[in-house]
Design a protein around this ligand. Sequence first.
Ligand code: C2E
Ligand code: MG
Ligand code: MG
Length: 562
Amino acid sequence: MPLRAIAPADPESGPRRDSAARLSGYLDALDQGVLVIDGTGRVIIETGPARAVLAGLGHDPALGRPARSLLRLLAATTGSGLRETVHRIRGARDEDRPAEYEITACGRTVSVRVRAMPDGWTVSLEDVSARRAVEAGTAELARLDSLTGLANRRMLRERLGESLDRLDRYGEPCAVLLIDLDRFKPVNDTLGHAVGDALLVKVADRLRSAVRAADTVARIGGDEFVVIQAGAACQEDVAVLARRLVDLVGRTYIVDGQLLTIGASVGAALAPQDGTDADRLLKHADLALYRAKLDGRGTFRFFEPEMDVRMQARRRLELDIRQALARREFVLHYQPQMNLENRRLTGCEALLRWMHPERGTVPPAEFIPLAEEVGLIVPIGEWVIRQACRDAATWPAGISVAVNVSPAQFKSERLVETIVSALAMSGLEASCLEIEITEGVLLQNNERTLETLHRLRALGVRVSMDDFGTGYSSLSYLRSFPFDKIKIDRSFVKDLSTKPDGDAIIRAIAGLGRSLGMTTVAEGVETEEQMRRIRADGCTDVQGYLVSRPVPLDLVMKLLSP
Ligand code: C2E
Ligand code: MG
Ligand code: MG
């Protein structure tokens, strides 16, 4: 116990003062406040935290040294006289156990432990207000977010209610800013929850520092925050704050010795123009936030009435897609691919169609993007894989089926399982199943994606690169995985008739495929002329309306077995 080493004598003298200063620096790092008092009642060590705790109790340093005022406080709160208190503390020395008190003043509760030393006392002080409040289950704490100390959802509701009340009574406007962190999830997932929590606390501090005392900052979900901006009269008032929030949150953090950067997207709604009740305001801020996220994150948007209309249409579509699966409204059409050498059909691509009871046949472009966004592509994609395998198992031997697989399906981890079980249940040879992926698949979590692709490959499933040439770095992706097939995007075939050097690109891709040992299929071939040209350019296969449009199963069966 290093405290024993402190002599009570003259703290002003050289070496002792040095060691006291050193020790006090060390003690400053503790959460508890520490005072060391000598036998004459003089304070020889008083740490920063101790001063802070005493200040919380309303102790004014100008009124005297802490030892004296502490005794006064103790006496006052224990209801005993000063003399009695001193006596008790002295008694602590005799009994060799600390005297413990709890002092409540100025709304704070402080636990005080006085331990007698042979030549004085050490006093530890701890502000236990928060703990006591939790124990007492007080309303205040139930309204705070336990991690960040910000308002929680409940308190947000109350505060928003009060703000709207002021709007009603005095015409004082306000704004609601919904803040969602960008790229927080990867931090939390890869570095662990402890780092994620520490980061959230720092974000909370920055948000708090950005607003005025009359504003409210709340945390309402994992990485979702809300600011109620009091008195925000116009969009510019709100924009100033929103910009500040985006900027502050986007600055680098150091957590656990690591540099981290995240961003913030903000959606804002103003009262009264965007709504005068809490639910509407929050909903409208949420729509604006959604827009901000779509527009590239790290930015803010105000609510606009059209957002509501568009969102309702999306919701309806989403609901419709959910039901479509259960109502068996999806069907697969098949489009054959033909080998240019022997003019035989080698396989078919499965293309999803939605037979909507009112809208008729809905093409994939109108629902797959939304299905991907809301995660519905995973169950739909599973259905496609199973159905395609079942159908292809009835085709003549050696004819393969190609299935389009979305990035989201690679994320879900169930892809390999699904394919293994679909092959087993249908009895289709693995070598007759082909999956088509686009650059988007390789853009995400590359290592895990590649591992999945290799596992599929090991099963005997073939892998094609779809829409080749439309992405940013198609060439480098060709190097990252040994694809079986390159599907040259339709746009290059279209260019054949319009651009003088249209052949050059197709010829280059076909040459690349040949030297890498990959089949090259030209997509979207509609005319004899296009077919002649792509053949001369060196493509091995063709897919397009010229051979056949995508057709239902019974029709494709006829094409496959003439
Ligand atoms: P994709 O995989 O590139 O499919 C080829 C698209 O080109 C199909 O459009 C096909 O009908 C069309 N096409 C074929 N030959 C010609 C032609 O000669 N001329 C023209 N103008 N178009 C031709 P579709 O069926 O509308 O599908 C569009 C996209 O939707 C597909 O592009 C694919 O990315 C996606 N998709 C279709 N089915 C599925 C599915 O089951 N799952 C997933 N994830 N995506 C799918
Ligand atoms: Mg495809
Ligand atoms: Mg394609």
